[in-house]
Design a protein around this ligand. Structure first.
Ligand SMILES: [Cu+2]
Length: 389
């Protein structure tokens, strides 16, 4: 893919033009990209930073912070947020869970600092909300189409043909209620299935649907991770790769977890255009339950590779406090945003010496502006971290 570098650079230039157009409309300052005197060289394998000697690359953001008011999602909020629906008990003892998803396709939101993109969303975010039910529940999902194009929801899982969301598009202004019994237990994607499919998916109409087994899984710190990308210059190749919607987000806002605590990740790959994606966990191993449809793990590994639509449940815990990277082991994707950090803390605090190995920043769990300093004049200087492994 490196052989496409020149093509990518041309694409990048086009996307900057698009970005600047959007930015002007939103009264943002010009990108530092415009000033050749501010060019800086960054090395090739520093995660989170561009491989090109330029400040004009869209990978070289004008700021490391993204404004929650204009961002397409708050990845930290999304991470552990589950929508169980409005729940009522039916006379036969079954739980009815009702959800509402509103599709829209007109908004422009920030997908990376300084990069604005026409997002198509369920309930305003990419990914859409994580819906959650228990096996055997009756689920009722009402789709309201507030967009300008036909949309639908296609759930993976078992359900009747007319609830499959493929042949019946919902017109702009229209409404449809999908109803089926949640089965089997596992982790499933939901996404719009209107043609051209790649357009409806790459713009952001997808999310995760979790069906819990009747006997709940062991107690854990649970989170959802969706691997996606953005093609901001419309050349059918992604310019950014992310987990949970914003490139590099969890590098600058590490996910805090407790030492020895069971972590459970519901992981989905919805990435368009690229044939594979993957997840690699540093300094640890995880149990992998493919599709989440069994209670016995399929693998004990530190990397899982998935094609589009594949998903699984990952379980692990960390023995030692500190910060640990997780990222795509497709290096190009990691260098274009799909990389993050876990910050493992010893919550017992008995072991002060172990925690004292952390810097104050690590103990606080977030990076100050001095750590990843933005000089305020549009250029950004970085504290280099270690290479990818
Ligand atoms: Cu659609």
């Amino acid at each position: 893919m490196r052989s496409n570098l020149l093509i990518a650079l041309v694409g990048v230039a086009v996307s900057i033009a698009v970005v600047v157009t959007f930015s002007t409309g939103l009264n943002r300052g010009p990108l530092s990209a415009q000033d050749p005197s501010k060019r800086e060289n960054f090395g090739g394998h520093s995660p989170g930073y561009p491989i090109l000697g330029t400040t004009g690359d869209v990978l070289d953001p004008t700021s490391l912070n993204i404004d929650p008011k204009t961002a397409v999602i708050d990845p930290m909020k999304y991470l552990r947020e589950f929508n169980y629906g409005r729940t009522t008990a039916l006379s036969n003892g079954t739980s009815l869970r009702e959800y509402t998803l509103i599709a829209s396709d007109q908004q422009t939101k920030e997908v990376s600092p300084g990069v604005f993109y026409n997002v198509w969303t369920f309930n305003g975010t990419i990914p859409g909300p994580t819906l959650r039910a228990t096996e055997g529940d009756l689920v009722r999902i009402t789709l309201i189409n507030n967009g300008t194009k036909f949309h639908s929801i296609h759930f993976h899982g078992i359900h009747p043909s007319e609830m499959d969301g493929v042949f019946e598009g919902i017109a702009p202004g229209g409404k449809f209620t999908y109803e089926f019994t949640a089965e089997p237990f596992g982790v499933f994607p939901y996404h719009c299935h209107m043609q051209p499919l790649e357009e409806h998916i790459t713009h952001g109409l997808y999310g995760v649907f979790i069906i819990d087994p009747k006997k709940p899984r062991a107690d854990a710190d649970e989170m959802v991770m969706v691997m996606n990308g953005y093609d901001t210059d419309f050349d059918a190749e992604n310019n950014f790769y992310t987990v949970n919607g914003i490139p590099y987000y969890y590098m600058h806002h590490p996910i805090q977890i407790d030492k020895n605590r069971l972590i459970r990740i519901y992981l989905l790959n919805i990435l368009e255009f690229d044939p594979i994606n993957n997840f690699h966990l540093h300094a640890n191993m995880f149990d992998l339950y493919r599709t989440g449809t069994k209670l016995i793990p399929d693998e004990y590994t530190d990397i899982v590779t998935m094609s589009q639509g594949e998903r699984g449940i990952l379980e692990f815990s960390y023995k030692y406090p500190g910060k640990y990277m997780f990222h795509a082991h497709k290096t190009e994707f990691a260098e274009k945003g799909w990389v993050g950090l876990f910050l493992v803390k010893d919550s017992t605090a008995e072991s002060a010496t172990e925690n004292s190995n952390l810097t104050s920043i690590e103990r606080n769990g977030s990076y100050s502006t001095t750590e990843f300093s933005n000089t305020g004049n549009g250029t950004t200087s970085f504290v280099k971290t270690g290479g990818l492994n």
